[in-house]
Design a protein around this ligand. Structure first.
Ligand code: ZN
Length: 337
């Protein structure tokens, strides 16, 4: 239980760290003092302090140096080392009054796997929390805050819940869970919420899963179901799923087999991959939204951010969904835009 002492010493040493900055309560970033970081680019900051199991650690993504705070001080600021050692020693032998800083209460949620998952429902976070701010900036509707999670260690989250042998950065992420019909999490996307050099999205899943369906079990299959490319896009539509991953674009999961489907792909006529998806769907007689030329936004989230509301976007989709010959004609116009 030394994380608050670690944090104190990180702050004490931060004065001699170039471009030091707290990115969140548990993540700080600076230029690496061990390797000196990039010499070409003086703004590159690849040193990270992060919290794990109630202690802070340092790691540089440039030179790979990783250490406890104690060893970090030993290398970078030996004058603080003695004081640090005494303080952490006392801490471990003195019963302490309640900590001022409230530790997040991580509660486990429905899962096949046993283990305490370090994740928190977004609806339980304060509005000031960086993850909450992230979803607020994207205007993600509040009803979704109960279904999304924040984790301070995506790798931990995945290793406990998901059958995935890949390791991920031990950093905080917004977690978008994929659940089966019993509400068990079987896959998850981790979206980066602070600036950084790691990929924006990670998708953790078992090897056997080819394509993942977000929100599959919560859509009403007796009403038209919209299929979009991104889970976040699906959150703005009243009855939508998102398909993520590889596999034939026309393949549907059993649950959607008899439903009326409208495909709503990104509005990117310059993207060869996406254009080929449109073509495949039209060739297979699927109903698909062909965005009118008046729409400049590239996806549903962008449309919402540009000021449209959910009903307007849905109306636009409904009015511009076609199949067969009509779809082909509209598609040919769309790709010339
Ligand atoms: Zn380094």
């Amino acid at each position: 239980m030394t994380s608050f002492i670690d944090k104190k010493y990180i702050n004490l040493v931060s004065g001699q760290l170039e471009r030091f900055k707290w990115k969140s309560a548990t993540l700080a970033n600076c230029r690496c003092p061990i390797c000196g970081d990039s010499q070409k680019n003086r703004t590159k900051c690849r040193g990270y302090f992060y919290e794990k199991s109630n202690s802070f650690f340092y790691r540089c993504h440039n030179c790979g140096f990783g250490s406890s705070i104690k060893n970090f001080l030993d290398r970078v600021c030996p004058s603080l080392l003695n004081e640090y050692t005494v303080e952490t020693f006392n801490e471990s032998f003195t019963p302490r009054k309640k900590k001022k800083e409230v530790k997040m209460d991580f509660r486990p949620f429905a899962s096949k796997k046993v283990g305490k998952v370090k994740a928190q429902e977004l609806s339980l976070l304060s509005d000031e929390h960086p993850c909450k701010k992230f979803v607020a900036e994207r205007k993600i509707p509040e009803k979704w805050h109960k279904k999304l999670f924040y984790t301070d260690n995506f790798n931990d989250f995945v290793s406990i819940l998901i059958d995935d042998s890949v390791s991920y950065p031990e950093e905080e992420r917004l977690v978008i869970p994929f659940t089966d019909k019993d509400d068990n999490v079987y896959a998850a996307q981790g979206r980066r919420i602070v600036d950084g050099e790691t990929p924006k999205y990670f998708t953790a899943k078992s090897k056997e899963e080819e394509k993942l369906w977000f929100n599959l079990w919560d859509v009403d299959v007796n009403k038209p179901v919209m299929i979009v490319e991104g889970p976040i896009d699906s959150m703005f539509l009243s009855n939508a799923v998102a398909m993520v991953g590889s596999g034939a674009i026309t393949d549907l999961p059993e649950r959607l087999q008899d439903a009326e489907i409208i495909y709503v792909l990104d509005n990117e006529p310059r993207n060869k991959q996406i254009v080929s998806y449109y073509k495949k769907l039209i060739d297979s007689d699927k109903k698909i939204c062909i965005w009118p030329s008046s729409v400049k936004c590239k996806d549903v989230n962008d449309m919402i951010l540009s000021g449209m509301d959910s009903e307007e976007v849905e109306e636009l989709i409904t009015q511009n969904s076609f199949s067969n010959l009509e779809a082909s004609l509209k598609f040919n116009n769309w790709r010339k835009v």
